[in-house]
Ligand binder design. Structure first.
Ligand code: SF4
Ligand code: SF4
Length: 111
């Protein structure tokens, strides 16, 4: 009982550990696997990312030098990032914002 009272008093007098999201955003935790993008000037169209992606979120069109990426299929495992030999997939620690529409992202050479 005294221990519980001590905990109650301590929690009443200390500041909250939570933040007022979405008004206040917390910093990403180290190692967060966030959104990805493709550097089409570095990409050699090898299609390794398409083959390795578990949910098939990437489609490479080598002839058109274009990649379609579906962020709503992506599970943010970053397997593609780790395995791209050209280091053409850029990873951020920032997670993707919610969207109203499920649109694919298109990356083309020269962008
Ligand atoms: S693995 Fe890298 S180099 Fe190969 S197609 Fe994907 S992004 Fe381009
Ligand atoms: S992060 Fe994982 S799920 Fe997302 S595109 Fe890359 S391999 Fe596919």
């Amino acid at each position: 009982m005294p221990k519980m009272l001590w905990n109650v008093l301590r929690n009443l007098l200390s500041s909250p550990v939570t933040v007022r999201y979405p008004y206040v955003k917390s910093d990403p935790v180290d190692g967060t696997r966030g959104r990805i993008s493709f550097d089409m000037n570095a990409c050699d169209q090898c299609q390794d990312c398409e083959r390795i992606c578990p949910p098939a979120a990437i489609k490479v069109y080598p002839d058109e030098k274009r990649i379609e990426y579906d962020p709503f299929r992506c599970i943010y495992c970053h397997l593609c990032v780790e395995n791209c030999m050209q280091k053409a997939i850029l990873a951020e620690e920032v997670v993707r914002s919610p969207e109203y529409e499920k649109v694919k992202e298109v990356f083309e050479e020269g962008q």
